[in-house]
Design a protein around this ligand. Structure first.
Ligand code: ZN
Length: 442
């Protein structure tokens, strides 16, 4: 029996379920439009209240009405050490209830899972951190170094009202922070009964969202016409959509592939890793996107009447660049679309990459191994972007480490922004134990 069982307070592994459930029940849908993104304030108030209840002093920062962020600092025992930033976003992407097996905002507990939008992205981690901190405050535990907690708004729409707002307008909140942890990493990938890889994010691709603009001569849809903006745009979009950028294996991906090859007994050619990646099953989509720049057309916009040839047409391309490749990607795209199409960047945020070494990585790995003797931590590159982009601008070395032990048959990557998003309760509890251990020893 643990001392928790004897105390009046719930164990953090129990409380995490209630905390996560409460958060899932607060609809924090981020539509990308301030007028309709209302729930973040409620979620922020909930988090602030749960922190204040145990003696932490959170501050709430609104970037715009309703767009609320919560920051708190837990003092460590050794003020000479740099602080650790622990960040999680409170917003979620939209969910269409008609597509779901449960109400996406019910926080339903079923078949050993907590169901709901945000269950793995990322109210699970938000709740884990809350559970650990509340437990510490109640039992007098102090971490070795200062921990700065940041619960952010707006991650799902580019972080302008969340992490970027905090990092530019409230830099002082992060004074002394040298390293940080957040989404998307620390989750398990089952090799067999006795071995699980835990993917720790040490790199993430850059965001290079752009709009293509084609100009032509407006005209009547019934006539012969040689200068049609829609045709020109469609050709450029098709060229980009069909293009495969060359394979570039970065240090992070190379390290990942070496480990994976060894564990799975797969032959990996580091210069031509696609065959090996295809054998990775559900995570092949993520890993496959980290060996090259990508460019996916996502929106088309042209015309206003069926029989009128418009003078302009535009398209959005979601491009993601490997570390150090953003300028090269721009040149490649300009070549693909040709001189008559204009390229306008609507978002450009650099890729990140750090090394998989040092005390913090050791502490993560040790905490994972202590809770799962079959754990094998590996570095990997995320194909998407997170709030880490904003925080790394403050000189913080960021990792994706939101530990979660997953069942072998769960298609984890499909649950991100997916239908029937859910988190295994025992995985959540595993995460609490790992985080508790990690944060005490980091
Ligand atoms: Zn997320």
């Amino acid at each position: 029996m643990t001392s928790d069982a004897l105390s009046a307070f719930p164990a953090p592994t129990d409380e995490v379920v209630d905390l996560c459930r409460d958060l899932l029940r607060i609809d924090t849908t981020n539509t990308g439009d301030n007028a309709t993104s209302a729930g973040e304030r409620r979620a922020a108030e909930y988090v602030a209240e749960k922190l204040a209840e145990v003696g932490v002093e959170p501050v709430l920062h609104e970037s715009a009405p309703g767009r609320a962020n919560v920051i708190a600092r837990i003092p460590g025992t050794d003020p000479s050490r740099g602080a650790l930033l622990v960040h999680g976003h409170l917003d979620v992407v939209p969910a269409d209830p008609d597509e779901w097996s449960v109400d996406p905002f019910s926080g339903e507990l079923r078949d050993g899972y907590l169901w709901g939008r945000g269950a793995i992205d990322m109210k699970d981690f938000d709740a884990m951190v809350l559970a650990v901190v509340r437990h510490w405050q109640r039992t007098g535990v102090r971490p070795p170094r200062d921990i700065v907690l940041a619960y952010t708004a707006d991650e799902e729409a580019g972080s302008e009202y969340g992490a970027h707002f905090l990092a530019t307008r409230h830099r002082d909140l992060f004074d002394g922070c040298t390293e940080g942890i957040g989404e998307v990493g620390g989750f398990s990938y089952t090799v067999d009964e006795s071995q699980r890889l835990y993917l720790i994010e040490t790199a993430q691709k850059g965001i290079d969202w752009l709009r293509l603009h084609a100009k032509g001569r407006p005209g009547h849809g019934s006539m012969v016409h040689g200068d049609n903006a829609v045709t020109a745009l469609a050709e450029a979009v098709a060229r980009i959509g069909a293009h495969r950028f060359p394979v570039v294996v970065t240090d992070t991906v190379r390290a990942f592939l070496e480990e994976v090859g060894e564990v799975l007994g797969i032959e990996v050619d580091p210069d031509d890793p696609e065959i090996a990646i295809a054998k990775l099953g559900p995570i092949a989509n993520i890993i496959g996107a980290t060996i090259r720049n990508t460019a996916n057309p996502t929106r088309l916009d042209a015309g206003y009447k069926d029989n009128v040839i418009p003078g302009r047409a535009s398209a959005t391309i979601d491009c993601r660049s490997l570390p150090g490749q953003s300028e090269l990607l721009e040149r490649q795209l300009r070549e693909l679309v040709g001189p008559d199409i204009d390229i306008e960047y609507i978002q450009r945020q650099p890729a990140l990459e750090t090394t998989f070494d040092g005390d913090l990585v050791e502490a993560m790995s040790a905490a994972l191994r202590a809770e799962d003797p079959g754990a094998r931590p590996v570095p990997y590159m995320l194909s998407g972007g997170t709030d880490a982009k904003a925080f790394s601008q403050l000189g913080i070395r960021c990792f994706g480490f939101a530990p979660l032990r997953l069942p072998a048959d769960l298609n984890f990557s499909a649950l991100f922004h997916g239908i029937d998003e859910r988190v295994p309760v025992d995985g959540l509890q595993f995460g609490v134990r790992v985080l508790d251990r990690f944060l005490r020893t980091c």
